[in-house]
Design a protein around this ligand. Structure first.
Ligand SMILES: [Fe+2]
Ligand SMILES: [Fe+2]
Length: 360
């Protein structure tokens, strides 16, 4: 990611769009190669616990990927399950705030775009549930954890979407922040997660651009439309900054995750990148970001910004945001309403398997 204003071309410079993970990984990205797995390794590593651990550490140190069949420490597996499951839940719950506007989109074109975007998020969730299953997690159990509040999702989705401008601002800021967070995950040490992130990031990039394009259109419209955009920006700016998680000093998992190369940058680093990327975009759009302390700091070569209200973050993440109960209730209703579909699919699969067995 480069400094502000790096993107050139016709029209106003709106700062660099986030890099979208187009860069292929150097290794460990394709199909699992024979000999990379710990148990089948040709490196002469003894198949005892110490040897396996050493092989794991070396794989990480060489910046190669850990694959599902590889030995990994329990804590690494647990961390990956938690992170990927929370990510999958966020994609699925994230369909709700914008899904709220599908039936009320102002034109057929906007409705088609929004439907496609929300459907993409469903795809991301399913992709990630598949990735987490490679670690031995059970999808039904993960869903149960989500709808009983035992597993979290991104707290950004606990805010309401009050006007159609929110759809644009979510694309611009929320998907924008997600891209900053997720592009480095394309190089995460766990292979299935890293590979899933490559495709997801490409789609998130579309999401951000559609949001920005929608806002540009509204800013060229009536003064009421411009006010809607400003109001939505005011409401989503600070929660977007919270998406990067607590400050580094209060993020207990960061150090271990960076050592395991699950995570490549700290929360504060990513937050700063997002701010640096977004300020020029806000200027080009003609909206004011709701932070009087936001200003370019030539010495640091970054934008300074005001203090985040972490008590709000804690309140929302603790279940007391404006829409927490509503989001979980909707997810639970969808899950319970879909029970007959899962039963029918399982019955069909059993029949097909029985037929195949009888024919064999
Ligand atoms: Fe997504
Ligand atoms: Fe998205």
């Amino acid at each position: 990611m480069t400094g502000p204003g790096a993107e050139s071309g016709p029209g106003p410079q709106v700062g660099p769009w986030p890099e979208t993970g187009a860069r292929p990984l150097q290794e460990g990205i394709g199909p699992v190669q024979p000999g990379l797995g710990a148990l089948t390794s040709g490196t002469g590593v003894a198949a005892d616990a110490g040897g396996l651990e050493q092989h794991f550490e070396e794989t990480i140190a060489r910046d190669r990927r850990i694959e599902p069949r590889d030995w990994m420490p329990d804590a690494y597996r647990k961390t990956m399950i938690r992170q990927i499951a929370q990510h999958a839940h966020s994609e699925i719950i994230g369909m709700q705030p914008e899904g709220n506007w599908v039936t009320r989109a102002p034109s057929l074109r906007r409705k088609a775009i929004l439907l496609a975007k929300v459907q993409d998020e469903a795809g991301h969730g399913l992709y990630l549930y598949s990735a987490v299953e490679t670690l031995g997690a059970d999808r039904a159990d993960l869903t149960d954890r989500l709808i009983t509040g035992r597993q979290k999702y991104s707290s950004i989705f606990n805010y309401p979407t009050l006007t159609f401008a929110d759809v644009g601002v979510i694309g611009w800021l929320v998907d924008g922040a997600a891209i900053c967070n997720q592009v480095p995950l394309c190089r995460s040490s766990y292979g299935p997660y890293a590979r899933a992130m490559i495709r997801i990031c490409k789609e998130e990039s579309f999401h951000q651009r559609q949001g920005y394009e929608l806002l540009m259109t509204m800013m060229r419209g009536t003064s009421a439309q411009r006010e809607m955009v400003q109001d939505a920006t005011n409401r989503w700016w600070w929660p977007s900054l919270m998406m990067f998680g607590p400050p580094d000093g209060q993020s207990p998992n960061t150090e271990q995750s960076m050592r395991w190369r699950i995570k490549r940058h700290t929360n504060d680093d990513l937050r700063q990148r997002f701010v640096d990327m977004t300020v020029p975009q806000a200027e080009a759009l003609g909206v004011t970001l709701p932070d009087p302390e936001l200003r370019w700091n030539a010495e640091r070569d970054h934008y300074d910004f005001g203090e985040i209200d972490w008590s709000e973050f804690k309140r929302v993440i603790g279940g007391n945001g404006p829409c927490n109960a509503q989001r979980i209730a909707a997810r639970r209703a969808a899950h319970e309403g879909g029970a007959w579909v899962r039963e029918a699919a399982a019955a069909h699969a059993a029949k097909v398997a029985a037929r195949a067995e009888a024919a064999a």
